[in-house]
Design a protein around this ligand. Structure first.
Ligand code: DHB
Length: 309
C-alpha cells in the first residue's frame, strides 16, 4: 500500500508530476490522468497567457537538467476551466499551481478559484527563478509573509506553497516561523529547482541554454541532497503541516529517501521530462518492492523515521 493523503484528500499512490512538467496543455494533463500517478498538478499559471523564454530553454545534463522556461502557460482562466470540467470523483486529486507576477495578480487568480469553489488544491508558487527581472518571492521572507497574510485568509481552505531550496539553518528557522503563522497553510512543496546555475559546452565554449545568458534552474540527481535536507528541515520544524518532496527522484530508492526524510507525497520533474508518464508505473513498482523488502506495509511505517548518528 503506497497510498497517502494530503490535507485529508487520498492519493492512491505518493507520486505525481512536479508543476511545469507534462502539464501545460490539456493533452498533457489528460496523459497525467491516464498515467499511474497518484495525482496531477497544472503548470504554474499567470494572469495572462505567456510564451515563455526563447529556446533552447531545457536541456538534460549528465547529473540532471537545466531549464529556464520563463513561465510559458495558457493563463489562469484556461486552468480554471480545466478544473471546472475535471471529474473529481472518477479520477484522482487535482492540484493547481498559481504563480502571480505580482501579489495583485495572485489575489485575482485566487479569488477566481475560490469563487468557483472546486475540490482542487492550490499550490502557490513562491519560487520561479526564470522570469527576467522578477526575483523569487521565497528568498524575500518579509514579502513571503506579506503574501501569505493576504492569500491565506482569501483561500480559507487548506492550501500549499512551493518553496525554493534553502541552504542555511537560519533560513530554515525563519521560513518555518513564517509558515507557522498560517494555520490553513497545509503543505509545503520542497523544493523548486536550484536557481540560476550555468551549464557550458566545453567544445564550443558556449552556454547550453539561450535565456538569461545561459542561467537556469538546476534539477534532477544533482539536487537530491539539497531537496532531502529541505524536506527534512521543514518536516522537523512544522509538525502540523505536510511536506511534498521533489528533487532528484529517478527511482523508488530516492522516493523512499524523501519519505524517510518526512515527505507525504513525491513529485517528479526531470525524470518525467526524460521518461514520460510511463515513469509512474515503474516508480510505483519500485517503491512497493523496496517497502516489501524492508518489511514496511504503509508509507506511515517509515515516513519521517530518519535515523541520525
Ligand atoms: C518556471 C520555473 C520554475 O521553477 C517555476 O517555479 C515556475 C516556472 C519556468 O521557467 O517556467
Amino acid at each position: 500500500d503506497i497510498s497517502t493523503s494530503i490535507s485529508g484528500t487520498t492519493l492512491p499512490n505518493v507520486f505525481f508530476n512536479a508543476s511545469g512538467v507534462w502539464c501545460q496543455h490539456e493533452d498533457e494533463l489528460q496523459a497525467m490522468v491516464e498515467s499511474h500517478s497518484g495525482a496531477l498538478i497544472t503548470k504554474s499559471a499567470t494572469l495572462a497567457p505567456r510564451q515563455g523564454n526563447p529556446s533552447p530553454r531545457y536541456l538534460p545534463l549528465p547529473l540532471g537538467s537545466i531549464s529556464s522556461m520563463g513561465l510559458p502557460n495558457e493563463g489562469y482562466e484556461y486552468y480554471l476551466r480545466y478544473a471546472c470540467s475535471f471529474n473529481y470523483s472518477r479520477t484522482k486529486p487535482l492540484f493547481i499551481s498559481l504563480s502571480g507576477l505580482s501579489l495583485g495578480d495572485s489575489v485575482k487568480m485566487v479569488e477566481a478559484f475560490v469563487a468557483a469553489d472546486l475540490p482542487c488544491m492550490l499550490e502557490i508558487n513562491f519560487s520561479c527563478p526564470n522570469v527576467p527581472g522578477k526575483p523569487q518571492l521565497g528568498y524575500d521572507f518579509e514579502a513571503m509573509d506579506a503574501a501569505l497574510a493576504t492569500l491565506a485568509p482569501l483561500i480559507k481552505k487548506p492550501f500549499g506553497i512551493k518553496l525554493p531550496p534553502f541552504f542555511d539553518i537560519a533560513h530554515f528557522d525563519l521560513v518555518a516561523a513564517v509558515c507557522q503563522k498560517y494555520s490553513n497553510l497545509a503543505f509545503l512543496t520542497c523544493v523548486n529547482s536550484i536557481g540560476n546555475g550555468l551549464a557550458i559546452d566545453f567544445e564550443t565554449e558556449t552556454a547550453l541554454i539561450k535565456p538569461k545568458d545561459g542561467y537556469g534552474g538546476l534539477s534532477g540527481a544533482m539536487i537530491l541532497n539539497t531537496a532531502l535536507a529541505n524536506v527534512n528541515a521543514f518536516y522537523r520544524r512544522l509538525p502540523d503541516k505536510q511536506i511534498i518532496g521533489v528533487g532528484g527522484v529517478a527511482s523508488g530508492k530516492e522516493a523512499f529517501l524523501h519519505i524517510l526524510a518526512g515527505a507525504s507525497a513525491v513529485q517528479i520533474g526531470t525524470q518525467l521530462m526524460e521518461e514520460g508518464p510511463a515513469v509512474f508505473e515503474r516508480l510505483n513498482k519500485e517503491l512497493a518492492e523496496i517497502m516489501a523488502a524492508k518489511g514496511y506495509n504503509t508509507i506511515e511505517d517509515f515516513r519521517g523515521r530518519l535515523k541520525t548518528l
